[in-house]
Design a protein. Sequence first.
Length: 147
Amino acid sequence: MTGPARIFTIGYEGATQAELVAALQAAGVERVIDVRAVPLSRKPGFSKNVLAAGLKEAGIDYVHLKALGTPPAGREAARKGRMDEMRRIFAAQLETPEAGMEAAQMTALAGEKPSALLCFERDPAGCHRTPLHETVLPDVEVVDLYV
């Protein structure tokens, strides 16, 4: 199996689940790869089970890859706007065996059907999904979706 030619990314900050689903459908996304370390949200519709159910209803697959999420210290650095620190912490996370296995899984899954990496931040520049795809899928076309 080869990797994807294109990967989408999307953040749900400021969006409803219906708006997120509509953006994914408009782009032709058939699978969401949730790359949050903790797939819980205070925002209605975005905790793992509720999100997975809403996506399934819309005909979109859902996969959660926990090891591709940012560790707590990295999330704290990102919240405080210390993106270089977040990137360093996340780079170390990507070196773990679990993240290596899940990065290979992400690549295979995204090669099967149009897929989007999902996290909270609307702006991909302020999210770990940018260094994730830069590291794991450096030669793949990236399309950042906004809702």
